[in-house]
Write a protein that binds this ligand. Structure first.
Ligand SMILES: *Cc1c(COP(=O)(O)O)cnc(C)c1O
Length: 401
């Protein structure tokens, strides 16, 4: 491999994020290809027996098996670490693989976890049901209130897990306050940054220890592959994450890594434009129905959004008085916006969380989170926002709004 660009940290770490997104982590083969190569290989061959023995002993660098290392995946991991301002990153098969591996590698039976209560549906199931099966105690708190984390700390508490902005309620967590509190108490803070992406929010700058992603969302951003990632310190990666992940295999495939690597080249352009489009759509909706969007002054945590994010994000929520019937009526009337439970796509997508993404969350938990029967989640994409607004206008009118 050539190291002409991208792999020498002493040079690359000084690049600005837009440059990282295009060039960070690039390794070139002897051919000198400009675009990153796809190494679709599960294993590696060696010049002699001593070479492979030395690699297994860890005495010599080099790859041994794609569950452990792969050049295409390594390029994505290095690019994500640089983009996030972290020391090390690992890519995973899905966002849920990233969340599960980050939590299970850090927690053991008898430990206690404090998590924000407004979480992606499967993250709530992980916290409420799966971790307790392995003897991990969990408490969920209102992540909008830093004092709630403090009140939940027990002698066996090991970590905080939050999502901000949260899916789909768009609750924000004050990262400086909560991650700082974790540090003061010797706890690990894990932040799910899927809704913001490193373009709009860099949790490590606010004190987060670990940042976890569904890269299926804005990082790929074109609705093609499932992927995830965790970013942390080199020490956490070597001592905590890898001893778990090397043997349990949540890895991303080289093909999907290559797709996400290509997507990152346009990350900044896509996220900034979708963020502007979302603000325009939110301003239109706000005049018609109750709308929650961190970029609007009417969002209860707007000041915090402006302090820890560089935009309101690409996702908003609207609340219809007429419950599920009215919400489903709006969805069924859409002509451009797709009914889809994905987010962070170049296409504008709308879903009814209570009957889809949060269907497996108990009704009383949904209510406590603020997910009502009349709530719709809108993920704004890259179309001309005037066309999206026209479509929403006619869909709302079709139910008399
Ligand atoms: C989608 C999502 C996940 C899960 O990611 P997958 O790639 O679907 O496994 C986790 N957290 C948040 C906030 C998400 O939006």
């Amino acid at each position: 491999m050539k190291n002409r660009t991208g792999q020498d940290r002493s040079i690359t770490r000084h690049w600005r994020p837009a440059t990282q997104a295009v060039r960070g982590g690039t390794m070139r083969s002897d051919v000198g290809e400009t675009s990153e190569a796809l190494f679709l290989t599960s294993g590696y061959s060696y010049d002699n027996a001593e070479e492979v023995a030395a690699r297994f002993r860890g005495d010599r660098p080099g790859m041994t098996y794609s569950r452990l290392q792969n050049p295409t995946v390594a390029m994505l991991e290095e690019r994500l670490a640089l983009l996030e301002g972290g020391e090390a990153a690992r890519a995973t098969a899905t966002g849920m693989a990233a969340m599960t591996a980050a939590l299970m590698s850090s927690l053991s039976a008898g430990d206690h976890l404090v998590a924000g209560r407004a979480l992606f549906g499967s993250c709530r199931v992980l916290v409420d049901t799966i971790l307790p099966r392995f003897g991990v105690e969990t408490t969920t708190v209102d992540a909008r209130d830093p004092d709630a984390f403090k009140a939940a700390i027990r002698p066996n508490t090991k970590a905080f897990f939050v999502e901000t902005p949260a899916n789909p309620t768009l609750d924000l967590c004050d990262l400086k306050a909560v991650c700082g509190m974790a540090r003061d108490h010797g706890l690990l803070s894990i932040v799910d940054n899927a809704f913001a992406s490193p373009v709009l929010q860099r949790p490590m700058e606010h004190g987060a220890d670990v940042v976890a992603y569904s890269a299926t969302k804005l990082l790929d951003g074109q609705g093609r592959v499932l992927a995830g990632a965790v970013v942390g310190s080199q020490q956490w990666m070597d001592d905590v994450y890898l001893p778990f992940a090397r043997h349990t295999g949540p890895n991303l495939s080289p093909f999907n890594a290559w797709v996400v690597l290509k997507s990152l080249e346009t990350l900044e352009l896509r996220v900034r434009r979708a963020d502007q489009n979302a603000l325009e759509v939110a301003r239109f909706l706000e005049g018609r129905v109750r709308t929650l969007y961190p970029g609007l002054a009417s969002h209860p945590q707007h000041a915090l959004a402006m302090a820890q994010m560089s935009g309101g994000g690409t996702i908003l929520a609207l609340f219809l008085e007429g419950g599920r019937r009215e919400a489903h009526g709006v969805l069924d009337a859409l002509r451009l916006v797709d009914i889809s439970n994905n987010v962070g796509d170049s296409r504008t997508l709308m879903t009814h969380p209570a009957s889809t993404t949060h269907y497996s969350v108990a009704e009383e938990v949904r209510t406590e989170m603020g997910i009502t029967e009349g709530m719709l989640r809108l993920s704004v994409g890259l179309e001309d926002p005037a066309d999206v607004i026209e479509d929403l206008d006619q869909a709302l009118r079709s139910v008399g709004l």
